[in-house]
Design a protein around this ligand. Sequence first.
Ligand SMILES: [Zn+2]
Length: 318
Amino acid sequence: MKKTGLVYHQDYLKHNTGQNHPENAQRLLALLDCLKKDFSWNHLKLIKPCNPSIKWIEKIHTKDYISSIEKACKDGLWMLDADTIISPDSYKVAVLAVGGVLSALDEVATKKVKNAFCAIRPPGHHADTEKAMGFCIFNNIAIGARYAQKRHKLKKVLIVDWDAHHGNGIQNIFYDDPTVFYFSVHQFPHYPGTGEDKEEGNGEGEGFTMNMPMCAGSGDLEYIEVFENILYPSAKKFCPDLILISAGFDGHKDDPLSNLNLTSNGFRRLTEVVVKLAEECCEGRVVSVLEGGYNLKALSESVVSHLSAFVEGYEKKE
Ligand SMILES: [Zn+2]
């Protein structure tokens, strides 16, 4: 039976945002501890992130923007926007986060693993072509989508973004593009302010962006309904060659950065819908990439639940 890939590297801890910042290194440590304790590790294959060629990052971000991040880190700047803190190593770590997604894609595309989860940071879905925001520097998922298309000829990519916040960066990047179907379900109104249902794409991309704004207080039932009744049929029609998940777990009921009501088991149910779609459309190819999730316990338990739906015939560790 093929394993599920897990991308991790200890250098991801070197993006130092300070202990009081919600997006800090403890998140990955907590999540790994919980996986070691509560998950059957033998279902997983550890994938080492590559150090990617910058040309892949340039498929999404401008050269000027990329070098401005490198320079900001070298010069010892500590803020890219009001929320996005950096440290001297952040540029290298952000590049390695992209490398994690590309390595996961290589393993999934060549069938070395069945699917994969990238435990990476900094997150990416708010980052735009020339702008860092909302804790995000490079748009890991968007770069991954282009890489899959160019390197592995996986032409049609579905991005499912269930982070509590709308992934404005991903939406902007692919707004005119019919080859990438962006589906986002998020609290609305909420940061960053975009993601209304009337935002549906533009030109050839019209209909290939789908936003599901959810009221504060929405939880497992409302989300599962959206996944089964809206995502599932729309995605079947699109018939992707690859599915990427912008996996933010900040919609959990205990998360400090949203007012949603999802449970860790709810994330398992959402994953099951995505896995079913992947099996029916694209030989099971799914790469999931960590975005938000700021309550350490809620994040860790949600990731365990998420991964349990990735593993065929998974049985809970006793
Ligand atoms: Zn978020």
